[in-house]
Design a protein around this ligand. Structure first.
Ligand code: SF4
Ligand code: SF4
Length: 367
């Protein structure tokens, strides 16, 4: 990913600073529906009304979003859409992203397994990352997710996905934990009990108050002083995972970025400001289920709707119509800040000091 992005880094900087050259985002999140079969304590997205783009409409969108390196299909629960595999395959046909990521609560075991198999079999040149959401262990997870039996179903799904790994080498299985006020006190035990599942990657994110999820004012985010020791623990674990035997491997680069992400999130919670410049609205963007375009899901501020542009992102992204200019001004002025992982990783990839630190760490094998 870094190799294909490197030549574009100065261009994105110029776009951010001077408004040219105009570039489409290299990281795009697509929310396929707000519908969800979980009732998480950290999310009210399932209460939102639905007006989802059809498969045909999404196909037309994918014809006009350029060649993002990273494409994420989220929700709601993405697999509630029966046509999710066709949607992902349409995106693959038109965009050829290097990475396709899909989070899931793992409740619909058969549908997830069959859908992932279909996607992996077709999108052969993309890495297909499936992130299983696990916020606790057993009954604790069910309580946080509001669905009795969710943990058992998620474990069935995990086993089914691991079976698929034997056949599909492009499948990458991750476990994702949202760290909130409700589980932070037990986080280390949760972490320890999840590791035997042996994911390819273990990811955490701080529960944020997002306009997208209708969680503004819900008081779900841990305090900075609660999160700080967890961030240090996770950074230390990320470094430990990057053993010298994995030197210069993709895994080691990823872990190095991950260790830095936790420290960024920690500082952001303490200082309540953008620690490094945010490129959401330039290099990363989000498309809502109804075609609204956002800079990010935290602000979830529609800059326009793709149904009004014949499903073409460019008039909105290049400020020919819509309100992105105003939103960009606000972001560049630092009027918002958050530790949201998707945007943060894109930001780190465009932040020369971070790139330099990661490169230095790899060269000196300082872990
Ligand atoms: S966090 Fe995910 S699984 Fe939980 S209600 Fe929201 S969309 Fe559904
Ligand atoms: S700092 Fe956070 S809220 Fe502000 S634009 Fe970036 S991702 Fe969105």
């Amino acid at each position: 990913m870094i190799a294909s992005l490197l030549p574009k880094i100065p261009l994105y900087w110029s776009f951010y600073k001077f408004g040219f050259p105009k570039l489409l985002p290299f990281s795009i999140v697509v929310s396929v529906s707000f519908r969800c079969n979980s009732r998480c304590r950290t999310c009210d997205v399932w209460r939102k009304p639905n007006d989802d783009l059809t498969l045909d409409e999404w196909t037309r969108v994918f014809q006009h979003i350029g060649k993002p390196i990273y494409l994420t299909f989220t929700g709601g629960e993405p697999f509630l859409r029966k046509d999710l595999p066709e949607m992902v395959i349409a995106a693959y046909e038109h965009c050829r992203p290097e990475y396709i990521t899909i989070p899931t609560n793992g409740i619909l075991t058969d549908r997830v397994r069959d859908g992932v198999a279909k996607i992996c079999a077709t999108a052969r040149t993309s890495k297909i990352g499936i992130n299983l959401s696990l916020d606790g262990i057993g009954a604790e997870h069910d309580d946080l997710r509001g669905i009795p039996g969710n943990w058992e179903r998620a474990m069935q799904t995990w086993r089914a996905l691991n079976e698929l790994k034997r056949e599909y080498t492009n499948l990458v299985l991750s476990i994702h934990t949202v760290i909130s006020k409700f589980n932070i006190a037990r986080f280390r035990e949760i972490y320890a009990q999840l590791q035997p599942l042996a994911p390819d990657s273990y990811i955490t994110e701080v529960a944020e108050e997002r306009v997208e999820l209708d969680t503004v004012g819900k008081n779900i985010t841990p305090l900075a002083r609660e999160y700080a020791p967890i961030a240090d623990f996770l950074s230390e674990r990320a470094h430990a995972h990057a053993t010298p035997a994995r030197a210069r491997s993709v895994a080691r680069i990823t872990q190095s970025f991950r260790a830095r992400y936790y420290q960024l999130a920690k500082r952001m919670l303490f200082e309540q400001r953008q620690i490094i410049p945010c490129f959401a609205g330039w290099a990363s963007g989000h498309i809502a289920p109804n075609g609204d375009v956002w800079s990010c899901c935290i602000r979830a501020e529609p800059i326009g709707n793709l149904r009004e542009t014949n499903y073409d992102l460019r008039p909105l992204w290049f400020e020919q119509i819509g309100t992105l200019r105003k939103v960009r001004y606000s972001i560049a002025a630092g009027e918002c800040a958050c530790p949201m992982a998707n945007a943060s990783y894109a930001n780190m990839l465009l932040h020369p000091p971070t790139l330099w630190q990661v490169a230095l760490e790899l060269l000196t094998r300082r872990v």
